[in-house]
Design a protein around this ligand. Structure first.
Ligand code: NAP
Length: 246
């Protein structure tokens, strides 16, 4: 159980982040439900947690903004005094072949997916080190492990997250702070909904288990990594992908 723990989940108003927030709260954590644009759905996630007897608050912050992230972390620490579990889940895609990829699309994806995680870890680092304990979980992707045609920006950001995870894991290991990455495969959310049926079929055929994963498949691993069971695990990248990365 995560009773007494404070969890901060970025991009928790929708999709995988929403499920992670609900699962952590169901296991006793107080959850900060971060969102950028999805105010209503983030507030609905927090309300659902509270209605089920848990504790949660929705707070807006664009994690790609260094100063805004710093103010967000300050707001959370002023009120909750600590963060025990940080889940860097916020992410975007701007897919295109490299020869057509704009600088803006490259920067947006890197700034959100990779720099956003850096901002959150950087601003919480003093607090994590001082409390000599905590769990940082970065949501990477199989695209960061394997690469993916048409996703050079996204794959670079997700591979970067793996390097960030391993380096910070080494920096924080002696302080009792575990830093791990989860690499989801092909999960049913808004991010994958807009793909054509044909593209979904082709992708599914590349999955040894032959089907898409659910947000719960990801949240269940995050729950494990957030709890005491992961105390001797750090710097790892765990694929939840129906076997794509075998
Ligand atoms: P999604 O449904 O599109 O949700 C993306 C989330 O990221 C939203 O909650 C969004 O918040 C948040 N976000 C985007 N930009 C943000 C910013 N600047 N600041 C704060 N929050 C921001 O995507 P998803 O499928 O749940 O993906 C969640 C994570 O899993 C992402 O990191 C994604 O790369 C990763 N992933 C997904 C899959 C998949 O198959 N779905 C596979 C591998 C990895 P707002 O709506 O409030 O803007």
């Amino acid at each position: 159980m995560l009773t007494g723990k404070i969890a901060l989940v970025t991009g928790a108003g929708r999709g995988i982040g929403r499920e992670i927030a609900l699962v952590l709260a169901a296991n006793g954590a107080t959850v900060i439900v971060n969102y950028n644009g999805s105010k209503e759905s983030a507030e609905a996630v927090a309300a659902e947690i509270v209605q089920k007897g848990g504790s949660a608050e929705a707070i807006q912050c664009n994690v790609s903004d260094f100063a805004a992230s710093e103010a967000f972390v300050k707001q959370v620490l002023d009120k909750y005094k600590k963060v025990d579990i940080l889940v860097n889940n916020a992410g975007v895609t701007r897919d295109n072949l490299i020869m057509r990829m704009t600088e803006e699309d490259y920067d947006t994806v890197l700034d959100t997916n990779l720099k956003g995680a850096f901002h959150m870890i950087r601003h919480l680092s003093r607090s994590f080190i001082k409390q000599r304990g905590g769990k940082i979980i970065n949501i990477s992707s199989v695209s960061g492990v394997l690469g993916n045609a048409g996703q050079a920006n996204y794959s670079a950001s997700k591979a970067g997250l793996i390097g960030l995870t391993k380096s910070v894991a080494r920096e924080f290991a002696s302080r009792g702070v575990n830093v791990n990455a989860v690499a989801p495969g092909f999960i049913d959310t808004d991010m994958t909904k807009n793909m054509t049926e044909d593209a979904k079929k082709t992708l599914s055929s590349m999955i040894p288990m032959g089907k898409m994963g659910s947000t719960k498949n990801i949240a269940d691993l995050v729950l494990f990594l957030a709890g005491d069971g992961s105390d001797y695990i750090t710097g790892q990248v765990i694929c939840v992908d129906g076997g794509m990365c075998i």
